[in-house]
Design a protein around this ligand. Structure first.
Ligand code: FA5
Ligand code: MG
Length: 431
């Protein structure tokens, strides 16, 4: 068991079901774009390793299974790392051609304003059955007819609508024709572009409404046009696979992964004649875009200054930060061990020396030492000493509480503990 009590205490929160919570409102908004899909919003987060990984074809050595990435309750049981853990069971239940699953999921990950160890995903899937095709149509024709029913939008700029894929990692599946995959892929992308456009037109309306109320009118150019792009991705349970990214505050933000469901999953689930698509999206990511919520930690706030700003029965309004407590920024610079010092270290400390540097180790230490008081950790400088060839890194840590002003002593103490742990756990040399 490697699951801390802080994580276990998040289980009863179920933000996706909390009335008037922005995660719940976002879920409902997306659900409204899939009116015929069956929704499952109440699935328990403790699942077997079989459900979370094996049923989806994760290889035995996949990094996702490691204890540094996944919270284990015992060797056979985990907190689900994604809603895909319920894919096989839901296909087996066979209750509807399309379904949506929303739930809390749990992972170790980076420290910044868009990553948190507990978050919420929505899984969606849609299948067609080779055995019940109507009017003598092929499966591909049937799917294209369904594609035509999805609203077309002009207010979206799609870069790389069809990224090339690598056949060795995203092969056409044996029982699928290229035409079928093209049609199902088009249905998948159109459905998700429709979701994103809905979200953004709602968000834009909210932006102009709140700005005209407070600060007169803002120039149209201040509102960014909606830019998205499709990128090739890899998942053990879909082929081909894509990720959808949205341009948000000048950076490409990944909001979902998706693809054509691998046929063995449907076969094992007892529905071998069906084929279709699946996606998994991060509800926090969408809600942050929708409401302009600047920090993922805010979703866990029980402060009425946060919660009172959201209502499912009123037009959507942008989140107005009630108070931003000052950040305290501190840098830490260190030399990485050279090959020689690593080798020297090996004699004394086998564990530290055999351990190569990964940025995620810095992130994990920050999370452990600082909890929710750390907002962001990022690399700001890196150079190689021309004489010695040693590499130096500088990380900038933003300390900020969402609830109060941190004292100088408090941040100094946190930062000192952070620095000490870096030396102790990574064997770096502070500068
Ligand atoms: C998955 O979890 C796949 N199960 C998605 C999928 C489903 C693919 C069905 C194919 C078919 P991924 O690990 O990329 O993929 O996560 C999906 C989304 O969850 C991301 O795009 C992102 O929006 C969100 N997400 C991932 N990690 C975090 C995190 N630490 N904090 C907040 N959101 C996150
Ligand atoms: Mg991803």
């Amino acid at each position: 068991m490697n699951t801390p009590s802080t994580i276990l205490s998040a289980i009863p929160r179920r933000l996706h079901l909390q009335h008037n919570h922005p995660i719940a409102i976002t879920r409902q908004l997306i659900e409204s774009r899939f009116p015929d899909y069956k929704t499952y919003n109440d699935l328990f987060p403790v699942v077997t390793v079989g459900q979370n990984f094996d049923s989806l074809g994760f290889p035995p050595d996949h990094v996702g299974r490691s204890r540094t990435d996944t919270y284990y309750l015992n060797k056979d049981t985990v907190l689900r790392t994604h809603t895909s853990a319920h894919q096989a069971d839901t296909f087996r239940a066979n209750e509807s051609a399309g379904y949506l699953i929303s739930a809390d999921v749990y992972r170790r990950d980076a420290v910044d304003r868009s990553h948190y160890p507990v978050f919420h995903q929505m899984e969606g899937a849609r299948v067609w059955d080779r055995e019940t095709l109507q009017d003598g149509k092929t499966l591909a024709q049937t799917v294209w007819d369904d594609v035509a029913k999805i609203p077309k939008h002009t207010s979206i700029e799609v870069e790389d609508a069809n990224p090339p894929y690598h056949p060795e990692r995203n092969p056409l599946q044996d029982s699928h024709s290229a035409e079928e995959v093209e049609a199902i892929g088009a249905h998948l992308k159109r459905s998700l572009e429709d979701v994103v456009v809905t979200i953004f037109s709602t968000a834009k309306a909210a932006t102009s409404a709140s700005s005209s109320a407070s600060a007169g009118t803002i120039p149209a150019a201040a509102i960014e046009p909606l830019k998205v792009r499709w990128v090739e991705a890899y998942f053990p349970f879909t082929s081909p696979s894509w990720e959808l990214e949205v341009l948000w505050q000048g950076e490409w933000l990944e909001v979902l992964g998706c693809g054509i469901v691998k046929q063995p999953i449907l076969a094992v689930a007892g529905v071998p004649s069906k084929l279709g698509w699946a996606f998994g999206l991060g509800l926090e990511r969408i809600a942050m875009l929708l409401y302009s919520i600047p920090d993922i930690r805010l979703f866990w706030s029980t402060d009425s200054r946060f919660l009172s700003q959201f209502s499912s029965s009123q037009p959507l309004r942008r989140f107005l930060p009630y108070s931003k407590y000052p950040a305290c920024v501190k840098d830490v610079s260190f030399w990485l061990r050279t090959a020689a010092s690593a080798a020297g270290g090996r004699a004394n400390n086998a564990t530290a020396a055999s351990h190569d540097f990964h940025e995620n180790d810095v992130m994990e230490i920050a999370r452990e030492v600082c909890g929710d008081l750390v907002e962001d950790v990022r690399l700001v400088d890196e150079f190689v000493h021309p004489g010695t060839g040693r590499r130096s890194l500088c990380y900038r840590t933003n300390y900020r509480s969402l609830e109060r002003t941190l004292t100088n002593d408090e941040t100094n103490e946190l930062h000192e503990r952070f620095r000490k742990q870096l030396v102790q756990k990574l064997g770096v040399e502070l500068r």
